[in-house]
Design a protein. Structure first.
Length: 310
């Protein structure tokens, strides 16, 4: 079921007809179904949402949605949009933290241009005190993502970190590789459909891997982030930190916008650092479908909203 529902929703996410239908209804009104997970289609909507979250004591990272671009022009446009986003964030006075994907910056088109694009974001980012997180995409991109990250690290960029996925069999090695650099890692379970040769297929195996890797990261003391809504894992991570006398401000939890808001607030109330990943933009369909794949029960609210809105 765990891998099966991801595969089903992955197949649906490639349907052009479904994408057209979703694009028409998903964000059309303030109550439309995609708004549960997406902050809006414009930067301005994202800022309004981010301000509200920040006012509630939550930390933020903003993600301008987009992935798998096919031309250098699209990659440049996404890069310019990120630079504009940073300007707007500075002007709005909200927290300076963004997340991005390398396929959005053109890694499929030309690797060197992708690195240049990333620098075009990191340079003004460093001047304005931004932290930039590179999301991790599906396994064909794991190695290239880490290599690009290491290239930038060697060039003394320090306002950047990477995400690693606990479901991949290779990740323990990658955690050790990042720990050796002293780099900041966001650990997540992993959101893509992966073959059994690359990734654990059962929830229990993924959870076991997550906890083992979380402990390695905590012990390395590199200010790790744990991107999960899994209450049991969060409790075990907190217990490990307590046992090792690792203070609450030496790591953070992260959750996705619209998911487990109750838990987000209870962690803040319990003295934890809690960052919300706030996605926005017109290219929300693949992101949205990954959220459905993680929890097929979400399909119920989509269908109800569709029937209501049509
Ligand atoms: C901040 C952040 C950044 C991320 N970045 C990446 C990345 O770079 N690369 C990547 O591959 N993945 C990324 N992910 C997604 C991640 O890999 C998982 O797919 C996602 O977090 C669901 O797994 P989980 O850890 O919450 O555990 P699960 O075992 O899937 O879920 C635990 C509980 O969380 C709740 N929950 C989880 N998902 C949903 C949902 N969609 N709708 C409603 N409730 C839900 C449910 O209560 C569920 O019982 C990120 C996740 C977060 C929180």
């Amino acid at each position: 079921m765990y891998a099966g529902s991801k595969a089903f929703f992955y197949a649906l996410s490639r349907s052009a007809a479904l994408k057209r239908l979703a694009s028409k209804y998903g964000m059309a009104t303030s109550g439309s179904f995609a708004r549960r997970f997406i902050a809006g289609e414009t930067i301005e909507e994202a800022i309004t949402c981010a301000r509200k979250l920040q006012g509630e004591g939550l930390l933020l990272t903003l993600d301008y949605l987009g992935e798998s671009v096919r031309t250098l022009e699209e990659a440049m446009a996404a890069t310019r949009e990120y630079v504009r986003l940073m300007d707007v964030i500075v002007a709005a006075g909200i927290e300076r933290n963004i997340s991005l994907k390398l396929t959005q910056l053109g890694v499929d088109v030309d690797r060197a241009t992708c690195v240049d694009n990333l620098r075009r974001i990191l340079d003004p980012g460093a001047r304005h005190g931004f932290f930039v997180r590179i999301d991790m995409e599906n396994s064909p991109y794991t190695e290239v993502t880490l290599e690009i990250f290491e290239t930038l690290w060697q060039q003394e960029y320090r306002n950047v970190g990477v995400a690693l996925q606990a479901y991949l069999r290779r990740t323990e090695q990658d955690v050790r590789r990042m720990n050796e650099l002293g780099a900041r890692v966001r650990l997540v379970k992993g959101a893509y459909k992966e073959p059994a040769s690359a990734a654990y297929q059962h929830k229990a195996e993924v959870d076991e891997s997550f906890l083992r890797l979380a402990r390695l990261l905590l012990d390395a003391g590199t200010y790790p982030a744990f991107g999960t809504h899994d209450m049991d894992l969060i409790a075990q991570i907190r217990a490990h930190a307590l046992g090792r006398q690792i203070a609450n401000d030496r790591f953070e939890f992260q959750m996705l916008y619209g998911i487990r808001r109750d838990l987000q607030h209870s962690l803040v109330a319990g003295g934890c650092r809690m960052r919300v990943y706030v996605p926005f933009g017109r290219q929300w369909f693949p992101y949205f479908m990954r959220r459905l794949g993680e929890r097929p029960a979400n399909l119920g609210f989509v269908l109800r909203a569709l029937i209501r809105d049509r």
